[in-house]
Design a protein around this ligand. Structure first.
Ligand SMILES: Cc1cc2nc3c(=O)[nH]c(=O)nc-3n(C[C@H](O)[C@H](O)[C@H](O)COP(=O)(O)O)c2cc1C
Length: 312
């Protein structure tokens, strides 16, 4: 498929805090490595931004085996935020990304508010980082392992600490595993978020009926991702976009331009593509081309004209 990503007759640019994206399509953290892994397939300059693997203060080995199983319409995974740690990210991974003219957003994780703040401080001093996406779907070790993202006060505390630690664009990423996601979106906005992304995976499980054990081994449960979650994610993004004033980034099961456009009509200003990168490494380029074609066909000059125009 020939790419028309450089066609300038339609304006696909959007702003996320201080970051200007040339188009609204980015990889979801953890499904695109550190960018280099996909560079044989696509030109990273064609993306709205590159969002890298979840990064913690120290390197992490991640979960036990098995980490990822296919399920109908998606995947179930427990990676346990395996990553090289913030210092090696800056020393070994960031220099490669600096050669591109694409904003780099670092997804961060931590076991305490202090860890989130420290990782942010370190990243803020590194050349070539434009934004921080906060993965709040992590256990708060000081609060008995309860995830930050399922407690509005803990969500507020993490986002505020990251906000105070940086002038970069701050984008908390919400978990869907809560009763009322709008309360969490409001807490993020009050704490000073520049944008909000959603969603991370739904907690799920899969049992091998012969061994009577989890298909994820000792991990027992994992995050459900991929096309099967798209209608659930779309509804949550629509809900959140109605209650906050900051830009909302839609994530969950996106595989095509039509999927991405659904999120934009529901109020998202940009999207992240996750699991489907593992199926089709060119999918994000096809989505950018498809969004552009849609706007050209409908004679619409820019994305702002369609964002949130879903008629309820
Ligand atoms: C293999 C894998 C690794 C992931 N790692 C991270 C991560 O490090 N940090 C994070 O915030 N989300 C992580 N996620 C969640 C994705 O970024 C995304 O929110 C989720 O997969 C839903 O999008 P999708 O349905 O398009 O995959 C991971 C997902 C997968 C499948």
């Amino acid at each position: 498929m020939s790419s028309i990503v450089d066609d300038t007759s339609v304006n696909l640019s959007v702003n996320l805090g201080k970051i200007q994206l040339k188009n609204p399509v980015m990889p979801a953290s953890g499904t695109f490595g550190y960018g280099e892994e996909f560079a044989d397939f696509i030109n990273l300059n064609d993306l709205g931004a590159v969002i890298v693997k979840g990064t913690t203060l120290r390197p992490r080995l991640g979960s036990f085996q098995h980490r990822l199983v296919e399920i109908p319409g998606g995947s179930l995974c427990s990676i346990g935020i395996q990553n090289v740690g913030v210092d090696r990210f800056i020393a070994d991974k960031l220099p490669y990304l600096r050669q591109f003219r694409v904003p780099v957003i670092v997804n961060i994780a931590g076991e305490s508010v202090e860890e989130f703040a420290r990782v942010t401080e370190i990243l803020s001093k590194a050349e070539g980082v434009s934004g921080i996406e906060i993965n709040i779907s992590c256990p708060n070790v000081k609060k008995g392992g309860m995830h930050f993202g399922v407690d509005p006060d803990a969500t507020f505390a993490v986002v505020r600490a990251v906000r105070n630690a940086t002038d970069l664009t701050v984008m908390p990423k919400l978990t869907p595993n809560v009763t009322d996601i709008t309360a969490f979106a409001r807490a993020c906005e009050e704490a000073g978020a520049d944008a909000i992304s959603l969603i991370n995976g739904f907690v799920g499980m899969s049992i091998d009926v012969n061994s009577k054990r989890s298909r994820l081994g000792k991990n027992l449960t994992g995050g459900v991702t991929g096309p099967c979650i798209k209608p659930l994610a779309l509804r949550l993004v629509w809900q959140v976009a109605q209650v906050v004033n900051v830009p909302v980034v839609g994530i969950g099961g996106i595989t095509s331009a039509e999927d991405a456009l659904e999120f934009i009509l529901a109020g998202a200003c940009a999207v992240e593509v996750g699991t489907y990168n593992l199926v089709d490494p060119w999918v994000m380029i096809e989505i950018i081309d498809g969004i552009r074609s849609y706007l050209m066909e409908k004679k619409i000059s820019g994305l702002n004209a369609i964002r949130g125009t879903f008629e309820a």
